[in-house]
Design a protein around this ligand. Structure first.
Ligand SMILES: Nc1ncnc2c1ncn2[C@@H]1O[C@H](COP(=O)(O)OP(=O)(O)OP(=O)(O)O)[C@@H](O)[C@H]1O
Ligand code: SF4
Ligand SMILES: [Mg+2]
Length: 321
């Protein structure tokens, strides 16, 4: 995907977003005071371990989960969407490729009808025009025209993901959120799908929010990378050289885990009893080898430490360096 886009128009602005889930067990804050902007044509990667809130953030942008506080504004439309015209505009501007392809497709809906859905609903496209547009989408995603008549059970996992991509492209959105779009696929098919996404972004000049726990993949695709830990942004970095530039202790551990392919060993790195933890301290304090006293007393805020590089850590950009 294009790494040096100069366009300046901000299409997505998220400010201080907090999303909470409520259940009998209590409240779970899945996204906490999260801020991010994405510009037209930009490809931003969002990385973080399982359960850190990536899909919740994506679903909040899509308007699928409500948020407790903060702001989400996409191309001038502020969420929650109130009018039908806003809803239509929103889903014309943003589409999502879901983490679980099998859940995102309806087993009883043909490939044609699945891809045609946003064209029918959002663009009021019908008849020959609809046939032509769906045909074109099948073509650009590398699927034979005859696949329009097939059902999900009659196509492979890689083909399903192509169909899902075709649907996301149908209304030519300004932003596509890709939530681990290849995680359910065979390794051999993953590369094909990634190349397809790359080509689509280049040809159609869309912005991407590319969610993954795979740092090398995100580094390959994106011009800027956001590292998320326990619902919060801990580092934002331009994609220059991740190996030397990623600074936050959590980002470093993520990078190390990626290359060593080891299981998560952070929990045993530092044995701290939870009763010793201050709720207003750094979230990463229990696992951090660079921790100092202040880390357990005050939550670090994002600070700029270089061009486009921000970090939330007491050990960078302040008097505790
Ligand atoms: N509907 C829900 N109700 C209650 N808690 C939820 C719900 N959905 C997610 N959560 C919790 O919110 C947190 C964030 O979940 P989320 O699915 O956003 O993580 P994720 O980063 O996408 O993880 P993964 O990489 O495994 O997909 C997790 O602790 C999860 O258990
Ligand atoms: S603020 Fe302290 S505990 Fe948190 S990541 Fe930085 S050094 Fe580690
Ligand atoms: Mg997820």
């Amino acid at each position: 995907m294009q790494k040096n886009k100069n366009k300046t128009e901000v299409i997505l602005k998220i400010e201080d977003l907090t999303v909470e889930y409520f259940s009998k067990k209590g409240k779970k804050r899945a996204v906490n005071r999260f801020s991010l902007t994405i510009k037209e044509g930009e490809c931003v990667g969002l990385v973080g371990e399982s359960g850190c809130g990536k899909s919740t953030l994506a679903n909040a942008i899509m308007g699928f989960v409500p948020f407790s506080s903060g702001k989400i504004c996409l191309k001038g439309n502020q969420l929650p969407l109130k009018k039908q015209t806003q809803v239509r505009e929103h889903y014309t501007n943003v589409q999502m490729i879901f983490q679980n392809i099998n859940e995102s497709m309806n087993l009883r809906q043909s490939v044609f009808d699945y891809i045609a859905e946003p064209l029918r609903n959002l663009k009021k496209c019908r008849g020959n025009d609809l046939d032509r547009q769906v045909g074109k989408l099948l073509e650009i995603t590398g699927l034979p025209q005859a696949y329009g008549g097939r059902y999900p059970a009659q196509i492979s996992g890689g083909e399903k993901q192509r169909v899902v991509i075709a649907k996301a492209l149908a209304v030519q959105p300004k932003l596509i959120i890709c939530d681990e779009p290849t995680s359910a696929l065979d390794v051999s098919v993953q590369a094909l799908v990634i190349e397809l996404l790359r080509k689509m972004q280049k040809d159609q000049q869309m912005a991407y929010l590319f969610i993954s726990h795979d740092l090398p993949l995100v580094s390959y695709l994106c011009s800027r990378i956001v590292v998320m830990y326990d619902g919060e942004v801990v580092e934002i970095i331009p994609n220059v050289d991740l190996m030397t530039e990623l600074k936050h202790p959590y980002s470093q551990d993520l990078l190390e885990a990626t290359f060593s392919k080891q299981s998560d060993e952070r929990i045993v790195k530092k044995q701290i009893q939870y009763h010793e933890l201050q709720s207003n301290g750094c979230q990463y304090y229990p696992y951090c080898e660079l921790a100092i006293g202040i880390c357990n007393e005050s939550r670090p805020q994002l600070k700029k430490i270089g061009e486009g590089h921000e970090i939330a850590c007491h050990r960078y950009g302040g008097k505790h360096e």
